[in-house]
Ligand binder design. Structure first.
Ligand SMILES: [Zn+2]
Length: 278
Protein backbone atom coordinates (compact mmCIF):
# COMPACT_ATOMS: atom_id res chain seq x y z
CA UNK A 1 0.00 0.00 0.00
CA UNK A 2 1.35 3.45 -0.87
CA UNK A 3 1.95 6.04 1.85
CA UNK A 4 -0.69 8.27 0.27
CA UNK A 5 -3.24 5.45 0.30
CA UNK A 6 -2.39 4.58 3.90
CA UNK A 7 -2.74 8.22 5.02
CA UNK A 8 -6.01 8.52 3.10
CA UNK A 9 -7.56 5.49 4.80
CA UNK A 10 -6.41 6.49 8.28
CA UNK A 11 -7.76 10.00 7.63
CA UNK A 12 -11.14 8.57 6.66
CA UNK A 13 -11.31 6.54 9.86
CA UNK A 14 -10.30 9.51 12.01
CA UNK A 15 -12.80 11.79 10.37
CA UNK A 16 -15.62 9.23 10.73
CA UNK A 17 -14.80 8.91 14.43
CA UNK A 18 -14.97 12.70 14.77
CA UNK A 19 -18.37 12.85 13.05
CA UNK A 20 -19.88 10.43 15.54
CA UNK A 21 -20.29 13.21 18.09
CA UNK A 22 -17.69 12.34 20.72
CA UNK A 23 -14.50 14.40 20.98
CA UNK A 24 -12.05 13.00 18.50
CA UNK A 25 -9.33 12.50 21.08
CA UNK A 26 -11.70 10.39 23.23
CA UNK A 27 -12.16 7.82 20.46
CA UNK A 28 -9.65 5.06 19.81
CA UNK A 29 -7.33 5.87 16.94
CA UNK A 30 -6.99 3.29 14.19
CA UNK A 31 -3.39 3.10 15.38
CA UNK A 32 -4.35 -0.14 17.12
CA UNK A 33 -4.84 -1.66 13.69
CA UNK A 34 -2.19 -2.62 11.17
CA UNK A 35 -2.07 -0.94 7.77
CA UNK A 36 -3.33 -4.16 6.19
CA UNK A 37 -6.31 -4.20 8.59
CA UNK A 38 -7.09 -0.54 7.91
CA UNK A 39 -7.20 -1.29 4.18
CA UNK A 40 -9.14 -4.58 4.45
CA UNK A 41 -11.80 -3.18 6.78
CA UNK A 42 -11.87 0.40 5.40
CA UNK A 43 -15.56 0.34 4.39
CA UNK A 44 -16.73 -0.63 7.86
CA UNK A 45 -14.12 1.44 9.71
CA UNK A 46 -15.46 4.62 8.11
CA UNK A 47 -18.92 3.94 9.52
CA UNK A 48 -19.39 6.28 12.50
CA UNK A 49 -21.21 3.47 14.33
CA UNK A 50 -18.30 1.08 13.84
CA UNK A 51 -14.82 2.57 13.91
CA UNK A 52 -11.60 1.21 15.38
CA UNK A 53 -13.08 0.28 18.78
CA UNK A 54 -15.62 -2.09 17.25
CA UNK A 55 -12.98 -3.51 14.91
CA UNK A 56 -10.65 -4.29 17.79
CA UNK A 57 -13.51 -5.82 19.82
CA UNK A 58 -14.45 -8.05 16.90
CA UNK A 59 -10.84 -9.09 16.34
CA UNK A 60 -10.64 -10.32 19.95
CA UNK A 61 -13.88 -12.36 19.78
CA UNK A 62 -14.37 -16.13 19.73
CA UNK A 63 -17.52 -17.24 17.94
CA UNK A 64 -18.96 -20.73 17.46
CA UNK A 65 -21.28 -21.33 14.51
CA UNK A 66 -23.45 -24.42 15.02
CA UNK A 67 -24.12 -25.93 11.62
CA UNK A 68 -22.43 -25.34 8.27
CA UNK A 69 -25.53 -25.08 6.07
CA UNK A 70 -27.78 -22.40 4.64
CA UNK A 71 -27.87 -20.01 7.62
CA UNK A 72 -24.21 -20.57 8.46
CA UNK A 73 -23.06 -19.49 5.00
CA UNK A 74 -23.90 -15.80 5.43
CA UNK A 75 -23.19 -15.90 9.18
CA UNK A 76 -19.68 -17.29 8.81
CA UNK A 77 -18.88 -15.35 5.63
CA UNK A 78 -19.83 -11.99 7.11
CA UNK A 79 -18.14 -12.61 10.47
CA UNK A 80 -14.92 -13.86 8.89
CA UNK A 81 -15.01 -11.13 6.25
CA UNK A 82 -15.51 -8.49 8.95
CA UNK A 83 -12.50 -9.74 10.92
CA UNK A 84 -13.73 -11.81 13.86
CA UNK A 85 -10.81 -13.21 15.85
CA UNK A 86 -11.60 -16.93 15.82
CA UNK A 87 -14.54 -18.77 14.31
CA UNK A 88 -15.36 -22.40 15.06
CA UNK A 89 -17.82 -24.07 12.71
CA UNK A 90 -19.30 -27.46 13.48
CA UNK A 91 -21.39 -29.85 11.44
CA UNK A 92 -21.48 -33.67 11.46
CA UNK A 93 -22.57 -34.10 7.84
CA UNK A 94 -21.01 -34.26 4.37
CA UNK A 95 -21.88 -32.01 1.44
CA UNK A 96 -24.79 -33.36 -0.63
CA UNK A 97 -25.94 -32.16 -4.01
CA UNK A 98 -29.31 -31.09 -2.57
CA UNK A 99 -27.46 -28.64 -0.28
CA UNK A 100 -25.97 -26.56 -3.07
CA UNK A 101 -28.95 -24.39 -4.04
CA UNK A 102 -28.86 -22.61 -0.68
CA UNK A 103 -25.62 -23.47 1.16
CA UNK A 104 -23.33 -21.03 -0.57
CA UNK A 105 -20.08 -22.04 1.13
CA UNK A 106 -20.19 -25.43 -0.65
CA UNK A 107 -19.54 -25.97 -4.35
CA UNK A 108 -20.11 -28.97 -6.64
CA UNK A 109 -16.49 -30.25 -6.32
CA UNK A 110 -17.03 -30.42 -2.53
CA UNK A 111 -19.64 -33.23 -2.76
CA UNK A 112 -18.87 -35.87 -0.13
CA UNK A 113 -16.50 -33.67 1.90
CA UNK A 114 -17.26 -32.86 5.53
CA UNK A 115 -19.32 -29.68 5.51
CA UNK A 116 -17.30 -28.12 8.33
CA UNK A 117 -14.05 -28.65 6.35
CA UNK A 118 -15.60 -27.44 3.09
CA UNK A 119 -16.85 -24.27 4.78
CA UNK A 120 -13.56 -23.65 6.60
CA UNK A 121 -11.58 -23.90 3.36
CA UNK A 122 -13.61 -21.09 1.73
CA UNK A 123 -13.54 -18.97 4.87
CA UNK A 124 -9.74 -19.18 5.05
CA UNK A 125 -9.52 -17.96 1.46
CA UNK A 126 -11.88 -15.13 2.33
CA UNK A 127 -9.78 -13.87 5.25
CA UNK A 128 -6.51 -15.61 6.16
CA UNK A 129 -6.15 -13.40 9.26
CA UNK A 130 -9.06 -15.19 10.99
CA UNK A 131 -8.47 -18.47 12.82
CA UNK A 132 -11.11 -20.85 11.44
CA UNK A 133 -11.59 -24.17 13.23
CA UNK A 134 -13.82 -26.87 11.68
CA UNK A 135 -15.35 -29.60 13.85
CA UNK A 136 -17.08 -32.61 12.26
CA UNK A 137 -19.30 -33.31 15.22
CA UNK A 138 -22.99 -33.06 16.15
CA UNK A 139 -23.75 -30.76 19.08
CA UNK A 140 -25.79 -32.72 21.61
CA UNK A 141 -26.68 -32.35 25.25
CA UNK A 142 -23.64 -34.31 26.43
CA UNK A 143 -21.00 -32.33 24.49
CA UNK A 144 -22.68 -28.91 24.32
CA UNK A 145 -21.03 -27.48 27.43
CA UNK A 146 -17.52 -28.39 26.26
CA UNK A 147 -18.11 -26.97 22.78
CA UNK A 148 -19.55 -23.71 24.10
CA UNK A 149 -16.94 -23.09 26.81
CA UNK A 150 -14.86 -19.96 26.14
CA UNK A 151 -17.07 -18.62 23.36
CA UNK A 152 -18.06 -14.95 23.36
CA UNK A 153 -21.09 -15.60 21.16
CA UNK A 154 -22.69 -18.76 19.77
CA UNK A 155 -24.66 -18.49 16.54
CA UNK A 156 -27.09 -21.38 16.16
CA UNK A 157 -27.54 -22.24 12.49
CA UNK A 158 -28.79 -25.77 13.13
CA UNK A 159 -31.94 -27.14 11.56
CA UNK A 160 -33.55 -29.10 14.39
CA UNK A 161 -35.48 -28.14 17.49
CA UNK A 162 -33.53 -30.69 19.56
CA UNK A 163 -30.24 -28.96 18.72
CA UNK A 164 -31.72 -25.51 19.30
CA UNK A 165 -32.90 -26.44 22.78
CA UNK A 166 -29.56 -28.10 23.59
CA UNK A 167 -27.65 -25.00 22.43
CA UNK A 168 -29.98 -22.71 24.39
CA UNK A 169 -29.65 -24.73 27.59
CA UNK A 170 -25.84 -24.87 27.35
CA UNK A 171 -25.52 -21.17 26.54
CA UNK A 172 -27.79 -20.27 29.47
CA UNK A 173 -25.80 -22.51 31.85
CA UNK A 174 -22.50 -20.97 30.73
CA UNK A 175 -23.98 -17.46 30.33
CA UNK A 176 -22.73 -17.30 26.76
CA UNK A 177 -24.63 -14.95 24.48
CA UNK A 178 -26.56 -16.62 21.69
CA UNK A 179 -28.18 -15.77 18.37
CA UNK A 180 -30.96 -18.19 17.44
CA UNK A 181 -32.68 -18.42 14.07
CA UNK A 182 -34.74 -20.71 11.91
CA UNK A 183 -35.98 -20.68 8.32
CA UNK A 184 -38.50 -22.79 6.47
CA UNK A 185 -40.09 -22.09 3.12
CA UNK A 186 -40.34 -18.30 2.95
CA UNK A 187 -40.64 -17.79 6.72
CA UNK A 188 -38.01 -17.29 9.36
CA UNK A 189 -37.19 -15.91 12.79
CA UNK A 190 -34.16 -14.36 14.53
CA UNK A 191 -33.58 -13.79 18.24
CA UNK A 192 -30.62 -12.60 20.33
CA UNK A 193 -30.23 -13.86 23.89
CA UNK A 194 -28.19 -12.55 26.82
CA UNK A 195 -28.61 -15.35 29.38
CA UNK A 196 -29.80 -14.16 32.77
CA UNK A 197 -30.65 -10.73 31.39
CA UNK A 198 -33.07 -11.27 28.50
CA UNK A 199 -35.62 -13.90 27.45
CA UNK A 200 -34.01 -17.10 26.20
CA UNK A 201 -35.18 -19.29 23.32
CA UNK A 202 -37.11 -21.56 25.70
CA UNK A 203 -38.75 -18.54 27.37
CA UNK A 204 -40.09 -17.56 23.93
CA UNK A 205 -40.79 -21.11 22.72
CA UNK A 206 -41.34 -23.36 25.78
CA UNK A 207 -41.84 -26.49 23.64
CA UNK A 208 -41.17 -27.50 20.06
CA UNK A 209 -44.21 -27.76 17.82
CA UNK A 210 -45.41 -31.37 17.69
CA UNK A 211 -45.56 -31.62 13.92
CA UNK A 212 -42.87 -29.20 12.72
CA UNK A 213 -41.88 -30.03 9.14
CA UNK A 214 -38.23 -30.11 8.11
CA UNK A 215 -36.55 -28.34 5.18
CA UNK A 216 -36.52 -31.71 3.42
CA UNK A 217 -40.31 -31.97 3.78
CA UNK A 218 -41.42 -28.37 3.43
CA UNK A 219 -38.64 -26.91 1.28
CA UNK A 220 -36.72 -23.65 1.57
CA UNK A 221 -35.56 -21.06 -0.92
CA UNK A 222 -31.91 -20.00 -0.85
CA UNK A 223 -32.49 -16.24 -0.64
CA UNK A 224 -34.88 -16.73 2.31
CA UNK A 225 -32.11 -18.49 4.23
CA UNK A 226 -29.71 -15.79 3.05
CA UNK A 227 -31.87 -13.01 4.51
CA UNK A 228 -32.33 -14.76 7.85
CA UNK A 229 -28.65 -15.74 8.08
CA UNK A 230 -27.60 -12.17 7.27
CA UNK A 231 -29.81 -10.89 10.08
CA UNK A 232 -28.16 -13.45 12.37
CA UNK A 233 -24.67 -12.27 11.37
CA UNK A 234 -25.64 -8.68 12.11
CA UNK A 235 -27.02 -9.65 15.53
CA UNK A 236 -23.74 -11.41 16.37
CA UNK A 237 -21.78 -8.30 15.38
CA UNK A 238 -24.05 -6.14 17.55
CA UNK A 239 -23.59 -8.42 20.56
CA UNK A 240 -19.80 -8.51 20.11
CA UNK A 241 -19.25 -4.79 19.58
CA UNK A 242 -22.25 -2.94 21.03
CA UNK A 243 -22.47 -1.07 17.74
CA UNK A 244 -26.31 -1.14 17.95
CA UNK A 245 -28.87 -2.68 20.31
CA UNK A 246 -29.32 -6.41 19.77
CA UNK A 247 -32.74 -7.92 19.07
CA UNK A 248 -33.44 -9.22 22.59
CA UNK A 249 -36.52 -9.97 24.72
CA UNK A 250 -38.39 -11.22 21.71
CA UNK A 251 -37.78 -12.23 18.16
CA UNK A 252 -38.11 -10.91 14.64
CA UNK A 253 -40.62 -12.86 12.59
CA UNK A 254 -39.66 -12.66 8.94
CA UNK A 255 -42.28 -13.31 6.25
CA UNK A 256 -40.50 -13.17 2.92
CA UNK A 257 -43.64 -14.05 0.94
CA UNK A 258 -45.28 -10.77 1.96
CA UNK A 259 -41.98 -8.97 2.69
CA UNK A 260 -43.17 -8.18 6.22
CA UNK A 261 -41.03 -8.15 9.36
CA UNK A 262 -42.80 -8.34 12.73
CA UNK A 263 -41.09 -7.76 16.08
CA UNK A 264 -42.67 -10.12 18.65
CA UNK A 265 -42.09 -9.42 22.33
CA UNK A 266 -41.15 -12.20 24.77
CA UNK A 267 -40.42 -11.95 28.49
CA UNK A 268 -38.22 -14.00 30.77
CA UNK A 269 -40.14 -16.78 32.53
CA UNK A 270 -39.44 -17.44 36.19
CA UNK A 271 -40.19 -21.13 35.61
CA UNK A 272 -37.95 -21.43 32.54
CA UNK A 273 -35.90 -24.63 33.00
CA UNK A 274 -32.95 -23.09 31.13
CA UNK A 275 -32.69 -19.53 32.48
CA UNK A 276 -35.23 -19.27 35.31
CA UNK A 277 -32.59 -19.74 38.04
CA UNK A 278 -29.93 -17.44 36.56
ZN1 LIG B 1 -35.46 -18.87 29.55
Amino acid sequence: MSDDRRAFLRGLVRSAAGQAGAPQEARPEPAGLSDAEVERYARQLVLPEWGAAAQVALSEANVLVVGAGALAAPVASYLVGAGVGRLGILDPDEVEVSNLHRQTLHFTPDLGLPKAESAAAKLRFLNPDVVVEPYQVRLEEDNAAALIEGQDVVVDCSDSFATRYAVNAACCAARVRLVEAGVLGLQGMVMSIKPGRTACYRCAFPAAPADAPSCADAGVLGPAAGVVGSLQALEAMKLLTGVAPALTDGFLQVDLASAEFLRVHASRRADCPDCGKL
